[in-house]
Ligand binder design. Structure first.
Ligand code: GDP
Length: 411
């Protein structure tokens, strides 16, 4: 078997289909860029102001300074494949937001540490609620004048009503923001200069009492929400970081609690702990409920099983100079290149000539895509965003047929 070391095969349990949700200007593009940088997907750090960012690839988008198109980019972190699905943050693109929310298994909600929750963050939050998307929060721009984590968390609690589970304590304020205390492991992560990988050290003396107090508060909140964890807490007296992390994972998946992290994306501080949290707390395609669909009026259900019949949802179609690329979320079964599939709504056959994994700086071709994965395919000529592609012998409709949905053109 050919092994492509730049494109290793990941088990479905190690896949995270992730979206970044934010109010325009909260820092979604910057967070995305820093994630791509941290995961080694891009080696040159893109900057929003010089128009070199990787996900904002369309010139219209660059001109307008807002993220319009949902591009999906695959990157790797700590033995996991993170498929980053860009969700449009602008209300004019509500359909596209809905569709991208549908193909995600989890999201990072980014908030501005000064502005807190803004009306648009509220509407995106409600949409994510409707789709049952598990979330963690990243309070960004902690370096800004007037930034305060506690105030931002209070605004999130008051406006969006989650139970916040704050897992970090900032070290330094505003311009002097240099790191965080990891409350689970009671250690300090500090950054200098351009940020990036943190230096790990003991909790600074001046913050030790506060870090202990916040850790106890976190334990108490978790114990109130999670009876099983409570029993374990009582049994071993002291709560281990591992016990606490597994309770946080469950509370994230049920939506009963909101894990909150913080940092400054612009200064590249807090991004690596955020990626650790994505992998630790957000679900894999195996952890989410099976997808539901219909055919001929009969409801059916499909699990993320590579051996089940193939079914995928088209969530984006991009007409690039090199040809038409159809972005899919595979919900069940295995897609092989060179095969014919059925567009269930249109009742048409489509040929999948090539399967591509899209990285920030390149594409790689793969022979198969399995349940849980997000890939782009070349070959389908007419399938539109919202279409279901499925095995010819096992048709399934995941969304009502789309009457008219624009094909996005990029130069
Ligand atoms: P988006 O509209 O949510 O995609 O936000 P952008 O990533 O484009 O960021 C909006 C503005 O906030 C840009 O000028 C960024 O440079 C700035 N910004 C992003 N993150 C930070 C941060 O951590 N600190 C500060 N001070 N500014 C930031």
């Amino acid at each position: 078997m050919r092994i492509d070391h730049r494109n290793p095969v990941h088990p479905t349990s190690a896949v995270r289909n992730l979206g970044i949700l934010a109010h325009v200007d909260a820092g979604k593009t910057t967070v995305t860029e820093r994630i791509l940088y941290a995961t080694g997907t891009t080696h040159k750090r893109g900057e929003v102001h010089d128009g070199t960012t990787v996900t904002d690839f369309d010139s219209q988008e660059r001109d307008r300074g807002i993220t319009i198109f949902a591009a999906a980019v695959s990157c790797a972190w700590d033995g996991h494949r993170v498929n980053l699905i860009d969700t449009p943050g602008h209300v004019d693109f509500a359909d596209e937001v809905e569709r991208s929310l549908r193909v995600l298994d989890g999201a990072v909600a980014v908030f501005d540490a000064v502005a807190g929750v803004e009306p648009q963050s509220e509407s995106v939050w409600r949409q994510a609620d409707r789709h049952g998307v598990p979330r963690i929060a990243f309070v960004n721009k902690l370096d800004r004048a007037g930034a305060d984590l506690d105030t931002a968390v209070e605004s999130i609690r008051r406006r969006l009503h989650p139970v916040p589970l704050v897992v970090q304590l900032p070290i330094g304020r505003e311009d002097g923001f240099t790191g965080v205390v990891d409350l689970l492991r009671q250690r300090a992560l500090t950054w200098t200069g351009d940020g990036g990988t943190a230096e790990v050290g003991p909790v600074p003396e001046a913050l030790r009492d506060e870090a202990h107090r916040r850790r106890r508060l976190l334990e108490e909140t978790v114990a109130e929400l999670h009876p099983v964890a409570l029993e374990e807490f009582c049994a071993d007296g002291e709560v281990s970081a591992r016990t606490l992390a597994s309770a946080l994972r469950e509370l994230t998946r049920t939506g009963d609690g909101l894990v909150v992290l913080c940092g400054s994306a612009y200064r590249n501080r807090g991004i690596e702990p955020l990626l650790d949290a994505v992998v630790a707390y957000l679900p894999s395609p195996l952890d989410v409920p099976p997808v539901r669909g219909t055919f001929d009026g009969t409801e059916c259900e499909r699990r993320a099983d590579p051996a089940a019949p193939f079914a995928a949802l088209v969530f984006k179609v991009v007409a690039a100079a090199t040809g038409r690329l159809t972005y899919l979320r595979v919900y069940s079964g295995t897609l092989r290149k060179g095969t014919e599939v059925r567009d269930a709504g249109a009742g048409r056959a489509e040929r999948v000539a090539r399967i591509l994994r899209v990285h920030a700086d390149r594409q790689s071709e793969v022979d198969t895509a399995v349940a849980g994965d997000i890939v782009a395919v070349a070959g389908p000529k007419a399938a539109r965003a919202g279409a279901t592609l499925c095995a010819r012998e096992a048709p399934l409709l995941l969304e009502p047929p789309v009457v008219a949905d624009p094909v996005v053109s990029v130069a």
